[in-house]
Design a binder for this molecule. Structure first.
Ligand code: FPP
Length: 248
C-alpha cells in the first residue's frame, strides 16, 4: 500500500513535458532468472511474459505512447529447438490471455521483423492481435520478433534499390527520411529511451539506425523482476539527462 502511494508520488513529480514518447526495451535475463531458481530456462520466458503485462500498466500510467519490446532476435534461432519452439508459442499465449485487456486499455499491437520467417501459428496469432486492436489509439505496443537491426537496414537498402531501379527514386534524393521510411519502424518515432535489463551493457543488433540519439539505461535486474519501480527510476534518470542531439 505504502509502496503504491510512494510510486504515485514519484510519478506525480515527473515532468509531464519530458516523458519519453517511445521506450524500447531489451528484455534480457530470463534464462538467468530461471537458473537462480533451479527452473528450466523456459520458465524464465514465461515469467518474462508476465512481466510484460505489468510493464504495460506502468507505461500507461506514465502516458508513454510507444513501447517496443525485443522479444526474439534474428540471432535467437541459434538456441535449442525446444526453447525456440516455446518462444514461438508465446505470442499466441500472450494474445489469447491479454487481448481483452489490450482492447479495454486501448492498446494497439504492432510488430517489426521478418514475419515470413516465423512459424505459421505465430504469424497468425500476431496478425489476429494486430487486426483486433488496429483501431485503438492509446499505447502502441510493438513487438520486435525475428528482428535484427542489420537485417532492417539491409532490407531498407533493398527497398530503396528497387525504387531506384524502377525509376521511382533518384539516388541523389536518398536521404535520412527516405531511409527511415524504408525501415520496419516506418511511421514510428525513434526511441527516446532504450532500457536493457540483466546488467549486460550492449545493444545486440537492436534498432541500430533508430537509436542514434536515444538515451540508454542499463538496469541490473533480470527481466522477469522488472517492475514499476525500475521503470520509474529509468524515466527519472532519463529526465535528468541533458539531450543535445549534437548541439550545445
Ligand atoms: C532474453 O533473455 C530474452 C529473450 C530472448 C526472450 C524474451 C521474450 C520474452 C520476455 C517473452 C516474449 C513474449 C511475447 C508475447 C512475444 P535470455 O534468455 O537471453 O536470458 P539469459 O541471458 O539470462 O540467458
Amino acid at each position: 500500500m505504502f509502496g503504491k502511494w510512494f510510486l504515485a508520488k514519484r510519478r506525480h513529480k515527473l515532468r509531464k513535458d519530458k516523458i519519453p514518447r517511445h521506450i524500447a526495451i531489451i528484455m534480457d535475463g530470463n534464462g538467468r532468472w530461471a537458473r537462480r531458481r533451479g527452473l528450466p530456462r523456459v520458465a524464465g520466458h514465461k515469467a518474462g511474459m508476465d512481466a510484460i503485462q505489468r510493464c504495460l500498466e506502468g507505461m500507461r500510467s506514465l502516458d508513454v505512447r510507444y513501447l517496443t519490446l525485443y522479444a526474439f532476435s534474428t540471432e535467437n534461432w541459434r538456441r535449442p529447438r525446444t526453447e525456440v519452439d516455446f518462444l514461438m508459442d508465446l505470442p499466441k499465449q500472450f494474445i489469447g490471455q491479454e487481448l481483452d485487456t489490450l482492447t479495454k486499455n486501448n492498446i494497439r499491437l504492432g510488430v517489426i521483423g521478418d514475419l515470413d520467417g516465423l512459424p505459421q501459428h505465430t504469424r497468425e496469432a500476431i496478425c489476429h492481435g494486430i487486426e483486433k486492436t488496429r483501431d485503438n489509439d492509446g499505447l502502441f505496443l510493438n513487438f520486435a520478433l525475428n528482428y535484427g537491426g542489420r537485417d532492417d537496414l539491409v532490407r531498407a537498402a533493398q527497398i530503396i534499390a528497387r525504387q531506384v531501379a524502377a525509376g521511382e527514386l533518384s539516388p541523389d534524393l536518398i536521404d535520412k527520411e527516405s531511409l527511415s521510411a524504408a525501415l520496419y519502424t516506418r511511421g514510428i518515432p525513434d526511441p527516446d529511451l532504450v532500457i536493457r535489463t540483466s546488467g549486460e551493457v550492449r545493444i545486440s543488433n537492436f534498432m541500430l539506425w533508430q537509436i542514434a540519439y536515444s538515451e540508454l539505461c542499463f538496469v541490473d535486474c533480470f527481466w522477469p523482476d522488472f517492475d514499476e519501480e525500475h521503470l520509474l527510476r529509468a524515466v527519472e534518470t532519463f529526465q535528468r539527462r541533458n539531450r543535445r542531439f549534437g548541439g550545445v
